[in-house]
Design a protein around this ligand. Structure first.
Ligand code: NAP
Length: 484
């Protein structure tokens, strides 16, 4: 399909109770193409009343959905997985247009996103409780798993589809209904998914989609609504903290997938070429706009020069441009604000003594392009040591002893993921144990996998998405005591 048809084919309305409908007063919000800065299309801009209608629909559907046989819930997910796979090329084009990432990256995300549906289609039929005898032998203990109830899901712009399917998949499998609010910068992929899930047979009201430009105003009443039972959020730590406060009133079940500041450790014994391959993935996946992006390259002093030179050569050779061309490797950043932030972080690091081996300055012209950049001699006083860069910038720090490297890696409020490259098995295990993160990648630059529990510790949040752990976030354990 052409770019225009891909966009035209998606409904731009709110999806509530199985119906596509305009926002109150017909209000709309603009969706921009970040490679040109021009308006791509408009989508419905929900009001407080629209938000409430979406929750009404989720609440109304909860009881019958919870009673739907697990196999039926699984079959809907499986069908949706197949539909997404069949339409991967069009969905990838849509994602590239609204978010900017190159088509190849969008295709990778579509495959990753759909895998959550396949995985949770299989998990839907594996929900079980247990039966045991009380220690004194007098009673029997029965536990059963039940859906948590209506959920509110709030997702970011950097992975417009996968951050949604990672929540929707387990919620459908568990028998929960939901209201989902995609990021206002990238609502189209989620609206397309609404159409796909309907086609796959999802009953009315199970999934409701609200797009809005006045996010806080629309979300807060929903979070404070006593009918809501769970809040699941992926986004910045700052917003996450505020939402936890709002959720305290209703004592909601809460999952928080928040920001990161991933260390990428390379030890003296590492295979440097393999480490550079890993660094390319850990840094350049999604143009660096990933919570899992390597944010601090912490390299043993004996291999730092070789690693930096090789990384700079690879990053400096990447092809930059509008993501819709198949051979483009680096697209624009998502918006002007993000471009300014990346430029400021680099300027700050250079002012504090860093040198750019490649890149280091925003590109002139249309769109929000920043070139792949490698910085050496970066001071731990640079702001980018503490903050997420969210762009294609690789700052390199050096260490001497293992303990020093690990201490530097842990010197952050965040704890989502860490990467470590070493050929020594015992070092790999020791380092994994000492790193204060929810996930560790050993000799690999990507850890995301639908079959594994994704999530962080410290200011990176709590809760896990994916794996057999993922469905537990949407289930309550009920205990029944049985006297015979
Ligand atoms: P963000 O500003 O926190 O926005 C995330 C979502 O929260 C968006 O849908 C946004 O809506 C919504 N939001 C903003 N203000 C809100 C409010 N007052 N009440 C309720 N919802 C509100 O984060 P972002 O810039 O989109 O995403 C980047 C961040 O997400 C980074 O920190 C990244 O590390 C993190 N992230 C974490 C993971 C993970 O799994 N740990 C994965 C991906 C991204 P609007 O779009 O309308 O503002």
């Amino acid at each position: 399909m052409s770019e225009k048809s891909v966009v035209d084919n998606v409904s731009k309305q709110l999806f509530i109770g199985g119906q596509w409908r305009d926002a109150e007063g017909g209000k709309t919000l603009d969706v921009e193409d970040p490679s040109t800065g021009r308006v791509l299309t408009k989508v419905a801009d929900a009001s407080v009343a629209d938000g409430k209608s979406a929750l009404d629909a989720a609440v109304a559907a909860q009881e019958s959905w919870a009673a739907t046989p697990p196999r039926d819930r699984g079959e809907i997910l499986r069908k949706a997985f197949e539909l997404i796979t069949d339409r991967a090329d069009d969905l990838a084009m849509l994602m590239t247009l609204e978010m900017g990432k190159p088509l190849k990256e969008s295709k990778t995300e579509i495959a990753y996103a759909s895998e959550f549906f396949r995985w949770f289609a299989e998990e839907a039929v594996r929900i079980s409780g247990r039966f045991s005898m009380a220690p004194n032998g007098a009673t029997r203990l029965l536990t059963m798993k039940q859906p948590v109830g209506p959920c509110l899901m709030i997702t970011p712009w950097n992975f417009p589809l996968a951050m949604g399917t990672r929540k929707i998949g387990p919620a459908i499998a568990a028998g929960c209904t939901m209201v989902i609010k995609p990021a206002s910068l990238t609502p189209l992929s989620m609206l397309a998914l609404g159409g796909i899930l309907t086609e796959a047979g999802l009953p009315d009201g199970v999934l409701n989609i609200v797009t809005t430009s006045t996010t806080g105003k629309i979300m807060e009443p929903l979070i404070r609504d006593p009918r809501l039972r769970k809040l699941t959020f992926t986004g910045s730590t700052e917003v996450g903290r505020m939402l936890i406060g709002q959720s305290a009133e209703g004592l909601l079940r809460v999952s928080m997938e928040l920001g990161g500041n991933a260390p990428f450790l390379v030890f003296a014994d590492a295979d440097i070429d393999k480490a550079v391959d890993g660094a390319m993935l850990a840094k350049m996946r999604n143009i660096g706009e990933a919570c899992t992006a390597a944010n601090r390259f912490i390299i043993h002093e004996s291999v730092a020069e070789e690693f930096s030179t090789k990384l700079a050569t690879r990053m400096g050779a990447m092809k930059i441009g509008r993501g819709t061309d198949e051979d483009i490797e680096v697209g624009p950043l998502v918006e002007a604000k993000q471009l300014d932030k990346v430029a400021q972080l680099v300027d700050d690091a250079i002012a504090k003594g860093a040198t750019a081996l490649t890149g280091g300055k925003a590109l002139d012209g249309d769109g929000y392009f920043y070139p792949p950049t490698v910085l050496t001699g970066v001071s731990e006083d640079a702001t980018m040591f503490r903050e997420e860069i969210f762009g294609p910038v690789a700052p390199i720090y050096t260490f001497t002893t293992d303990d020093e490297g690990i201490a530097m890696a842990n010197n952050t409020e965040f704890g989502l993921v860490a990467y470590a490259f070493t050929k020594e098995f015992s070092r790999a295990i020791t380092v994994s144990e000492k790193l204060q993160t929810g996930m560790v990648g050993i000799n690999q630059g990507v850890v995301s996998n639908p079959a594994a529990p994704f999530g962080g510790v410290k200011s990176s949040g709590f809760g896990r998405e994916g794996g057999s752990e993922g469905i537990e976030e949407y289930l309550e354990t009920k205990y029944v005591g049985l006297a015979l």
